[in-house]
Design a protein around this ligand. Structure first.
Ligand SMILES: [Zn+2]
Length: 231
């Protein structure tokens, strides 16, 4: 990973500039793909599009803010814990102007939930102790998942059924998860690929989600790559 000059983003509330990591180059070596569709790549760290101002403590969306190039390097990515991301959502939800932005924000909340309670993120090792989510945490996550499911309820093509199944699983709706996965497998039985993605791989992902759902396990997990044959 090679940093470029920092990005100085201006807070819309107080005008304070926050220095964020800007990448000159990175790569996906050692990237891990998770069942909630987040990829964690140590050599290509993510800078969160939702930032908290260090001066006034309020949140803003970086894509709406002016920025300039600074003179130094910054490694700040502005990661937020689940509770902070929920606070950010409450503060910013009225500024989300279309379904794509709303979809993305619900995904950020879900990923923050999984980062906070289960997943080692870019600069953490596997043995970092994570707090367990409480019932109140699950209750706070639920409306975001329900919003995603509602937004995409009629989308039965491509990989969407897999994502919807995973969202059901992550809030403990295992029966809905299993039904979607079984339909997905039957519907795509004879296809070689689905919208450009190898169907063998998707079936492999579906079978892993299914295994976790049958064990009544709602936790996000790292996708184990399919074993390569013929080597
Ligand atoms: Zn501020």
């Amino acid at each position: 990973m090679l940093p470029a000059n920092e990005r100085l983003v201006t807070c819309p509330h107080c005008g304070q500039k926050k220095a964020l990591l800007e990448l000159a180059s990175g790569n996906t070596i050692d990237a891990i793909h998770y069942s909630d569709a987040r990829t964690v790549a140590p050599m290509m760290p993510r800078v969160l599009p939702v930032q908290r101002c260090p001066e006034c403590g309020k949140y803003y969306l970086t894509w709406n803010q002016p920025y300039e190039e600074g003179e130094d390097y910054s490694f700040e990515r502005g990661e937020l814990f689940f509770a902070e991301m929920n606070e950010a959502y409450e503060q910013l939800k009225d500024q989300l102007t279309n379904d794509q932005e709303r979809h993305n924000f619900h995904i950020y909340v879900l990923w923050a939930f999984n980062d906070t309670f289960f997943r080692p993120t870019e600069d953490e090792s596997d043995d970092v102790e994570k707090p367990a989510p409480t019932e109140a945490d699950y209750a706070a996550l639920q409306p975001h998942i329900e919003a995603l499911l509602e937004m995409h309820k009629d989308e039965n093509s491509g990989q969407m059924p897999l994502l919807r199944a995973e969202w059901h699983r992550e809030i403990g709706q295992f029966e809905q998860c299993i039904a979607l996965l079984e339909n997905f497998t039957v519907a795509n039985e004879s296809k070689e690929d689905i919208e450009g993605v190898d169907n063998g791989f998707l079936k492999h992902v579906a079978s892993q989600i299914l295994e976790h759902a049958r064990a009544k396990d709602p936790k996000v997990f790292a996708i184990v790559p399919p074993e390569r044959s013929g080597c």
